[in-house]
Write a protein of this length. Structure first.
Length: 377
């Protein structure tokens, strides 16, 4: 049922008032209340994506990460393009910096990602052909995966391979990799090659298929969930190594139509099926955009916090979900201010800490959701 803006803001303000009370305690990270500690108490890894540029140059950001998170993933520095300035050279300085930071602070490290249709180097087109594509992909995973073998908790081996609207059999995306490696099978060749090579190169890392747009109750999300599940089942049938599903969770506080989005039954059924397959689930890239909420900060923060609480409070009830990472930790560096953001020019507030690196109501909501989750075995 559609609710009015007044009803929604009132509902959110009530939650925001509760969150504000909680913030008096959770803001005191020295007392041991943090995202990391809240997750650890239930056997859940909790952390965020990291900008290495900010980590190098912003002491307050570095301190916040040290205080708050137990697992990190690079926003861009492990992706194909940033790592490969030319077909024969690699740039590891930024990736190494994050790996060293994680190790020094007792944090787990995720790898993101080996294969994606975006952030490919300029030389990809024209250099990678049907004749050499497999070699290029295998050598990349051997070089990168081998460098960090034993240091990586989990790799997003393949990212966003499903795009039902492209019209390919199985719902697969018509990606550059799909074009240069045989995409005619029930599992495209590039996916099989990537996962098998990753397992060989780093047997201890958890291998993850990662995707977005599978969270909602709308028809598009349902179709994409079905296609993703078809891929996972077929990978298992063909004995292609796979350990987990990554649910990105880039979600909205309010939709463009003014409705509060529903995230629940369809996603939970998917997670339950994944669990029955013997796989784990990671919330890999969570943020909550506020682009369709009124500009007043209190209303925006309440709406975002409400969604953090309801979404995480739902998905964390299933013990298959072993990790929660937000895509960033502070609004100061969120990617949402550069892509499809608010039309009024206001900066978005989608993360647990604001641009001044102070905890928001979303922080309190995330902490409470983690603390309220069943203990993992």
């Amino acid at each position: 049922m559609k609710i009015s803006r007044r009803e929604f803001v009132g509902r959110g303000a009530a939650l925001g008032a509760v969150a504000a009370v909680g913030l008096r305690g959770v803001a005191q990270t020295a007392a041991g209340v943090s995202i990391r500690a809240a997750g650890a108490g239930r056997g859940i890894l909790a952390g965020c994506a990291v900008s290495v540029r900010a980590l190098r140059g912003d002491a307050a950001y570095k301190k916040l990460l040290e205080e708050q998170v137990g697992i990190v993933v690079a926003e861009s520095e492990f992706k194909f393009g940033p790592l490969r300035p030319s077909p024969t050279t690699y740039f590891f300085e930024d990736a190494d910096f994050l790996a060293a930071f994680a190790e020094a602070n007792g944090m787990k490290l995720r790898g993101h990602n080996f294969v994606w249709h975006r952030q490919l180097p300029k030389w990809f087109d024209g250099y990678v052909t049907k004749e050499n594509a497999k070699q290029v992909l295998v050598e990349h995973i051997e070089k990168v995966g081998g460098r960090y073998a034993g240091k990586i908790h989990s790799w997003d081996v393949v990212n966003e391979a499903i795009q039902v609207s492209d019209g390919l059999p199985g719902g697969f995306r018509d990606s550059p990799w799909q074009k240069v490696l045989d995409g005619s099978g029930t599992v495209p060749e590039y996916i099989a090659v990537a996962f098998r090579t990753a397992r060989r190169v780093d047997p201890k890392a958890m291998l993850v298929y990662n995707d977005y747009g599978i969270e909602g109750e709308d028809e598009g999300s349902a179709k994409k969930r079905a296609a993703v599940m078809g891929l996972l089942r077929e990978m298992q049938r063909q004995k292609i190594p796979l350990d987990a599903l990554g649910v990105q969770s880039h979600i909205s506080a309010v939709g463009k139509d003014g409705r509060v989005p529903v995230y629940g039954a369809g996603l939970m059924a998917m997670i339950a099926e994944v669990r029955k397959m013997g796989l784990k689930v990671l919330v890999t890239e969570m943020d909550v955009n506020d682009r369709y909420v009124a500009a007043e900060i209190g209303a925006r923060d309440a709406a975002v916090a409400q969604m953090y609480g309801s979404y995480l409070g739902t998905v964390l009830q299933d013990s298959a979900v072993i990790a929660v990472l937000t895509w960033g930790i502070t609004d100061k560096y969120t990617w949402l201010n550069g892509e499809d953001s608010r039309t009024d020019g206001e900066k978005e507030r989608p993360l647990p800490f604001d641009a001044a690196m102070q905890p928001t109501a979303a922080f309190a909501a995330e902490v409470r959701a983690l603390q309220g989750a069943p203990v993992r075995g």
